[in-house]
Design a protein around this ligand. Structure first.
Ligand code: PXP
Length: 251
């Protein structure tokens, strides 16, 4: 397998979306499947560098027990995506994931639609970043490629930013190109400010090459596409497919 120079966080939320579609009210059933842990171990076996899950306030997919199970049993690193609420912070402090990515959360959204407004919630986010960092977790801010949000993320003490690539992924042509320019500027500023630069949302084997002009990328978090491909080719092959494209970054 080719060796990528950037890391893959495999987001397996939608493996659990499938389990919840049938077993939401009977998670104790011996039939409750697919297994979140088996999915994580398959992704790791294929070369994923970390496992990402989003424990949402509405628990629409990942459940508390899933996060505990993964924390105890995966061999790589756990990246927990979370909204900034007291309840989820308590859980994160207890579970001590290797990484946390702070995300905006809105009950009616289908998925995380925009970036976190770090500028507008500096004090609340600074306190959460400190609590998590003091507890041994590296913290990232999931933000739009907006220079003010990059500066605010550095200022409140985040170690990393994850640039939201949803606009990039969901457009083509000149609109996508314009977004690439915004991503380039945000990545360059973040790097200059000492932040690790990650990216995620809507990334696929097809659109990744268009992202490659963005400098300083350290890690990509990819979920929907991996799980969708896994339906047809299996989790290992789906992860390998994306890693093979990732290996062309900076080539
Ligand atoms: N990064 C963050 C912070 C996210 O919230 C999501 C969606 O859960 C992803 C990455 C992955 O996005 P996708 O499932 O579109 O690959």
């Amino acid at each position: 397998m080719s060796q990528p120079n950037l890391l893959l966080g495999a987001n397996i939320d939608h493996v659990v979306t499938l389990r919840q579609a049938r077993y939401r009210t009977m998670l104790e059933s011996p039939n409750a499947e697919p297994s979140v842990l088996a999915a994580a171990l398959e992704a790791e076996a294929a070369g994923a560098h970390s496992i990402t899950v989003h424990l949402r306030a509405d628990r629409r997919h990942i459940q508390d027990a899933d996060v505990h199970l993964l924390r105890r049993n995966i061999g790589t690193k756990l990246n927990l995506e979370m909204g900034n609420t007291a309840e989820i912070l308590r859980i994160a402090l207890d579970i001590r994931p290797h990484f946390v990515c702070m995300v905006p959360e809105n009950r009616d959204e289908v998925t995380t639609e925009g970036g976190l407004d770090v500028c507008g919630q500096r004090d609340a986010l600074r306190a959460t970043v400190k609590a998590l960092s003091d507890n041994g977790t590296r913290v990232s801010m999931f933000i739009a490629p907006d220079l003010d949000q990059v500066r605010a993320s550095a200022e409140i003490g985040a170690a990393m930013i994850e640039l939201h690539t949803g606009t990039f992924a969901n457009h083509t042509g000149p609109e996508r190109q314009a977004e690439v320019e915004r991503l380039i500027a945000a990545a360059a500023l973040g790097h200059e400010l000492g932040l690790q630069i990650n990216a995620g949302h809507g990334l696929t084997t097809a659109n990744l090459p268009d992202l490659w002009p963005v400098p300083h990328l350290a890690e990509l978090n990819i979920g929907h596409h991996i799980v969708s491909r896994a339906v047809f080719v299996g989790m290992r092959a789906a992860v390998r497919e994306i890693l093979d494209v990732m290996a062309t970054y900076g080539a």
